[in-house]
Design a protein around this ligand. Sequence first.
Ligand code: FE
Length: 216
Amino acid sequence: MDLKALFKISYGLYVVGAQQDGKLNGCIVNTVMQITAEPVKCVVVVSKESLTHDYIMASKTFSVSVLGQSAPMETIAHFGFNSGKKINKFRSFPHTLDKNGNPVLAKDTVVGLTCKVFETVDAGTHTLFMAEVEDCWEIGQDEPLTYDYYRNHKKGTTPKNAPSYNPSAYADQAGKYRCKVCGYVYDGDTPFEELPDSYICPVCKKPKSFFERIEE
Ligand code: FE
């Protein structure tokens, strides 16, 4: 199987928001798809490891913020490479609440959706949440951010818990050091062992100890 072929499948980048007992969280997903028009229904795919997943399971509702093309890497890293189990992602990030109390980004996003789950499908590492779209509205005028643009123009990477994680992306980088959290590959002139212990990942801001050597 040629795993590189999978890079030709198109995706976007979205923040799925959820809440439980008023506690807010959100995570980046690449799979949001409208599945019917009348009524409007969609499906999102969320990693079982994420706190957002547990909140959606409990409340059976979620929001979607469609990220805009000019969203900075800091926003993507904030929601994509941090765990809500460790930090409160919405404490200082501008947001509004939809009618179900789920957080929607107030910047770096073009569209918000309010969704109510009617069916879940266990896909192993991930759960498919099928939902009726109760509301949708425009937030910004930017172009929506596609996964292709994120990879090729923003030089973004894919964490291991993303459904589109692809080990073949690292096939020609054996011996280099890769961030275990966000997939960033250190590619400098200095051998990694000689970098100061204060080195931090430029994408997800994790320390040097989160890097591992890519096997030959
Ligand atoms: Fe990283």
